[in-house]
Design a protein around this ligand. Structure first.
Ligand code: AMO
Length: 430
């Protein structure tokens, strides 16, 4: 039986490993291989005069990134990775890799992101790329665990839908028998309906689809959203849950992923400190006016340049609160004493927006009025509006982009690096 490379020690005696040929070097009388599996790398040394003919033949034939099974005596060698090496008595080529490789897995040569994404299966063999996805897995585990502990029920809502959630322009239409249908932009309407269902605390981690024609480093056409909705809660309550979740997730990654953090060469993995500053929208605009170098006025959306200027000033995670009602979706609750602003918020990392949320309108008449004000037709929202007539509790929630969370946590330069197979305007395969 083979064992993980990580558990081979100078004391192992005899060991069998399986993995990929990471590097090969021939020094005449000696040949060296580095063999890699998901747990680590080990040196295999072949003193040509002392090994069997079969071992010699296989070592000669094998190419980089081939899959091999190797067994032999483990020896302590100070200079080798992990302080040990294997001298093989068995060297089996399980599957020979073609040459040349589409990209260099040993990370000696820089590779363009497009080339990497075209050969993603090879790209993720690189330890620093694998580290991103191991951390993503750990982070999402921490999110699930946190929400379970907080008493949330995990739900799965449809991704094929009949209506827009976030406004009509960013929808992917799909062929659905004889009906008009779309890929869902957000579980928004469904998670709210489950508040009428009496679930009180729900969450979903799932895909969202946005037909945005943006070609930027932070937009995807298929993203993963972490969504929550909570009954008898206001925007303050769910902002607290959100900052607590962010801190807990960073702490979990910091505690359990030290190897991956080292692989990514992150020297100073900083866990954010709660509470995050609550910055009123009006003040955020004031900062942008002074620092962004772009014209911006109260009532405008926050542009990328404004986002950067405000982020530089804040220097840590922060919330933008008290947005003008006019620029937020119909479901955001206006303040009773000043309906021109609403109980909506964005969670910001200094580099970009991570999450949007709000206390929601739970009164049927007000909701219909707000839908109309946005120029939308309440009739196309009948399935959503109906629950509001039969006992809808007050509620609040948010949606947090999983890729942006990982991107900002690890300092990645492009959101595509946080997705295995990103979908963007130019990328549908693989
Ligand atoms: P919003 O549209 O702001 O809000 O989306 C919430 C979060 O999802 C992520 N996100 C994206 N990430 C990458 N590429 C995209 N194209 C993309 N679009 C969104 C962002 C964003 O902050 N229904 C509300 C949430 C709520 O109020 O509960 C919503 O969808 O990180």
């Amino acid at each position: 039986m083979h064992i993980p490379i990580q558990s081979v020690t100078p004391q192992s005696g005899h060991a069998e490993i399986c993995g990929w040929v990471h590097e090969e070097r021939d020094l005449g009388g000696l040949a060296f291989f580095l063999i890699r599996d998901r747990t680590g790398i080990i040196q295999v040394t072949i003193p040509k005069k002392k090994v069997s003919e079969e071992v010699l033949l296989a070592a000669k034939k094998v190419s980089r990134e081939s899959v091999v099974r190797i067994a032999g005596t483990v020896k302590a060698v100070e200079k080798a990775p992990g302080g040990r090496e294997i001298v093989p008595d068995k060297f089996e080529i399980i599957n020979l890799a073609e040459t040349p490789l589409p990209l260099d897995v040993s990370e000696k040569v820089g590779v363009e992101l497009d080339t990497r994404l075209d050969a993603r299966f090879l790209d993720v063999r690189r330890p620093r790329v694998a580290a991103v996805f191991q951390i993503r897995s750990a982070a999402l585990f921490a999110v699930n665990e946190f929400l379970h502990k907080e008493g949330f029920i995990s739900i799965t809502t449809p991704k094929i839908v009949a209506a827009a959630t976030e406004g009509g322009t960013e929808l992917f239409p799909i062929a659905y028998f004889d009906k008009e249908a779309f890929l869902n932009q957000s579980p928004q309407l469904y998670k709210q309906m489950m508040m009428a269902g009496g679930f009180e605390k729900v969450y979903e981690i799932g895909p969202i689809f946005r037909a945005e024609e943006h070609n930027t480093t932070k937009h995807l056409n298929e993203a993963t959203s972490i969504d929550i909705e909570v009954s008898f809660a206001d925007h303050h309550d769910v902002m607290k849950t959100l900052e607590h979740l962010i801190v807990t997730t960073y702490e979990y990654v910091n505690k359990t992923c030290s190897t991956q953090i080292a692989n990514l060469e992150i020297d100073n993995f900083a866990v954010p400190k709660a509470p995050f500053t609550r910055l009123p929208y009006g003040e955020a605009i004031g900062i942008a006016q002074k620092k962004s170098g772009e014209p911006i006025k109260y009532g405008d959306d926050i542009s990328a340049a404004a986002e950067h200027a405000i982020g530089d000033e804040m220097g840590a995670h922060y919330f933008i609160v008290d947005w003008p009602t006019e620029i937020r979706p119909y479901y955001a609750m206006p303040y009773e004493d000043d309906p021109s602003i609403c109980k909506a918020f964005d969670l910001m990392h200094p580099r970009m927006e991570l999450s949007s949320g709000a206390q929601r309108v739970h009164q049927y008449d007000l909701l219909v009025q707000q839908i109309k004000k946005k120029g939308l037709n309440p009739e196309s929202f009948e399935f959503y509006l109906r629950p509001f007539r039969y006992g809808m509790p007050p509620h609040a929630g948010w949606g947090l982009g999983a890729e942006r969370l990982i991107m900002t946590m690890l300092g990645l330069s492009n959101v595509r690096e946080a997705v295995l197979f990103p979908r963007d305007m130019h990328r549908l395969v693989p």
